[in-house]
Design a protein around this ligand. Structure first.
Ligand SMILES: [Zn+2]
Length: 296
């Protein structure tokens, strides 16, 4: 009898362990579920990925994944594995700001590893092997391809969109690929973030004319990796960001960011984040408030 009782106790204890164990893992997945659902309903995440010299910005909200630029060729694998680790299999929208390798370089890796729903592009072409590979892969996979210009709106969810400020047609100068970058403002209720690609002063001046009243944004992805060819004073004044993020590789050949650009941001007394020093930078927002965290 006693032995039997112990057996019952042992079974009960085992059941409790099982239930607790189960509860834990259910709790864990419920937590993950809530996070995923939370993301679907309200939480916006923007990650400026630490992928060396180049831009790759991953936006997640409302169950969608949007990638603005894809980094350079040499960091392609790092970028792909980063996005895979996020549990992403489909990238709903990819925006290529301009066809330079430090923005387009990862695209073959994206097309090989993820299902891509739609591509948005500045409409600028290049004579590089990389550009030809990109176009041929997009054609082969029959991915919808839209050329965006100033005034276009890319709707991500009901209240979340990217409003395109540049390039404006006609292009500034056909050869000025940076200056005809796609510039977009990510808007989620009260929160906004300006994504500038490598737009330089001429593009900034044009946007100041066309969108003076709309440039103001909480967060600015600094143009052209903090080069002194961008971040003109008038433009900075209109954007009036509270925080600036520079996507830049450590010890890059271009000496980005330029000390004079850093000084401008310092004088404006706003918080500057750099992927070379801070790693991947994550901005989250519920549409009312926002938070910025750094990896390092
Ligand atoms: Zn660039």
């Amino acid at each position: 009898m006693r032995k039997g009782l112990w057996q019952v106790v042992a079974v009960l204890v085992a059941m409790m362990i099982l239930v607790t164990g189960c509860g834990k893992s259910i709790g864990k997945s419920a937590e993950q579920g809530q996070a995923a659902q939370g993301q679907q309903s309200s939480l916006l995440t923007v990650k400026v990925l630490d992928i060396g010299q180049g831009d790759a910005i991953l936006i997640r909200v409302a169950g969608q994944a949007v990638l603005v630029d894809t980094g350079d060729i040499e960091h392609r694998d790092k970028m792909v594995s980063y996005i895979k680790k996020e549990g992403i299999t489909t990238i709903d929208k990819v925006i290529i700001t301009h066809p330079h390798a430090d923005h387009l370089g990862g695209m073959p890796g994206i097309l090989e590893n993820f299902k891509v729903g739609q591509i948005y592009d500045s409409g600028q072409t290049a004579t590089t092997a990389l550009y030809r590979q990109y176009l041929s892969m997009v054609n082969k996979k029959n991915i919808p391809f839209t050329i965006v210009t100033s005034g276009t709106e890319i709707i991500i969810a009901n209240d979340i969109k990217l409003k395109i400020f540049a390039p404006e047609k006609p292009f500034i100068t056909e050869s000025e690929i940076n200056n005809n970058s796609v510039v977009s403002k990510l808007i989620y209720n009260k929160f906004s973030m300006l994504l500038t690609g490598d737009a330089e002063k001429d593009s900034e001046a044009r946007m100041l004319k066309t969108y003076a009243g709309e440039l103001k944004s909480n967060v600015l992805k600094v143009g052209h990796h903090g080069s002194n060819t961008s971040s003109s004073p008038g433009f900075l004044k209109s954007v009036a960001p509270e925080a600036a993020i520079i996507s830049v590789g450590a010890n890059n050949d271009y000496h980005h960011p330029h000390p004079s650009t850093l000084k401008k941001y310092e004088q404006a007394k706003l918080k500057v984040y750099r992927t070379d020093l801070d790693g991947t930078i994550t901005v989250t927002s519920d549409g009312n408030t926002y938070n910025i965290t750094k990896e390092k």
